[in-house]
Design a protein around this ligand. Structure first.
Ligand code: AMP
Length: 420
């Protein structure tokens, strides 16, 4: 049976009603895999990041189990515990659970540091069914005798890799020592370093496992490399690399529209055929640039992430990340433009003095350290100045194809208008 709706996953009507109201029509892959297994009380290991629907994947079946198992709440206890690395994530999970549990008579609490304890102690004093907490404050309240985890039957670790990165392992061990061994345990992590494998092995019993990061597998086929280069030297590095004619069809990514325009100027100055596509260009201009790139009239296309979404061009030999993307997931989308349909491809990234953090996030997502190449000796380039008339004539002579001739014609018209 193909599962196309939440009604096929064994969820009770109180939950499907809340989902319908919130326009959740089709379950995501992790939800299809997790919900039936979790309703059977199996342990679960999910390799998934935010955006995959992982919260509903664990929250729905756990809420259902809590609702359908008769229980009398006792002070300071909870039956289900979700551990999350940050206050923001804890709040996000709590908000989602509140939506899903609209028609269930359950009590939930959220606990995190950086705020006064009083309200948190107060809500826990009556006992809850579901507690969402960050490890530090939770341990603090356990040690004060304000929370007792002796009734926990369901334990969920969300973003486990981030919790370990943030140094919570000791707190987690201490918390674990207060939780009964007889329980259902779920662990979600965006990446699977050996520390997480070890943690999963020690906590989970015969878990169902699902990995919902398929694009990363394809990305492995792409030859990736990295240059550490100062912001001011990126231009010279790009011009130097493009001397290599093997880079015959390259898409160059810029984080901003303004940056994309600048790269185009830099490339034109270096006499490399190019055009930009970004949100400030008209649809016609974008299409023209794309067609010229597709049919080989121009060698490079400069794009922003949003403008490049959905672009499908065959035989792109190289993706060049002039800037690293602000969203690490975009790295995977960007470099996936090359090595299509079994062809080989390469991705070259520039990382300047301000982009170290972005690089770390990317490497976490792709579970791989991008090989660092030695930056070649870079020439000193003339500053980018407004083109002189003499230079325009020179470039015109070199513009051998119709796309560039048209582009020059437009520039001339603009120039003429400005003079008037
Ligand atoms: P998550 O990966 O759990 O952070 O979820 C990402 C976003 O997708 C959240 O805003 C959820 O409310 C939403 N969401 C999760 N599952 C579904 C679904 N099956 N249909 C529609 N929205 C969903």
């Amino acid at each position: 049976m193909t599962i196309t709706s939440f009604h096929h996953l064994g969820l009770i009507k109180e939950l499907t009603r809340a989902l319908d109201e919130n326009n959740y029509k089709t379950p995501t892959p992790i939800q299809i895999s997790a919900i039936p297994a979790l309703l059977e009380e199996r342990d679960f290991l999910g390799i998934a990041q935010t955006g995959t629907g992982k919260t509903a994947a664990f929250a729905l079946p756990i809420l259902q189990q809590l609702f359908t198992t008769p229980y009398t709440r006792t002070p300071c206890t909870t039956r289900a515990l979700v551990l999350a690395p940050t206050r923001e994530l804890a709040i996000q999970i709590a908000d989602n659970c509140e939506i899903y549990a609209k028609y269930l008579s359950l009590r939930q609490a959220t606990i995190y540091g950086g705020v006064k304890q009083k309200a948190q102690i107060q809500i826990m004093s009556g006992g809850v069914d579901l507690l969402i907490a960050t490890p530090g404050r939770l341990l603090d309240l356990i040690q004060q005798g304000r929370i007792d985890l002796g009734s926990v039957t369901h334990l969920i670790f969300d973003e486990a890799d981030r919790m370990l990165d943030m140094g919570f392992i000791k707190d987690i061990r201490k918390i674990m020592a207060t939780i009964p061994k007889e329980r259902q345990t779920l662990l979600f992590s965006a990446t699977m370093p050996s520390s997480i494998t070890q943690l999963a092995n020690s906590l989970l019993s015969n878990p169902k496992r699902i990995d919902v990061t398929p694009e990363v597998v394809t990305v492995r086929k792409i030859k990736q490399s990295l240059y550490k280069v100062s912001k001011k030297n990126k231009r010279a590095l790009l011009a130097t690399l493009l001397k290599n004619e093997d880079i015959s069809k390259a898409i160059i990514f810029s984080r901003t529209k303004h940056g994309a325009n600048r790269i185009v100027k830099e490339l034109e100055h270096a006499e490399i055929s190019t055009a930009a596509i970004h949100g400030n260009k008209s649809q016609t201009a974008r299409q023209k640039a794309l067609d010229a790139f597709k049919n080989g009239e121009i060698r490079t296309l400069v794009a922003t992430d949003i403008a490049a979404r959905g672009i499908d061009v065959d035989n792109i030999t190289h993706v060049i990340n002039y800037d690293l993307p602000a969203e690490p997931e975009s790295y995977v989308h960007r470099i996936g433009r090359t090595a299509r349909a079994g062809t080989s491809g390469a991705a070259i990234s520039f990382c300047d003095e301000t982009e170290g953090k972005l690089l770390k996030l990317i490497e976490r997502i792709i579970k791989f350290q991008i090989p660092l190449l030695k930056t070649p000796n870079l020439p000193k380039l003339e500053p980018l100045v407004k083109e002189t008339q003499a230079r325009k004539v020179e470039v015109k002579k070199k513009a051998t194809n119709s796309f560039q001739k048209n582009k020059l014609k437009k520039q001339r018209t603009r120039l003429g208008k400005n003079r008037k």
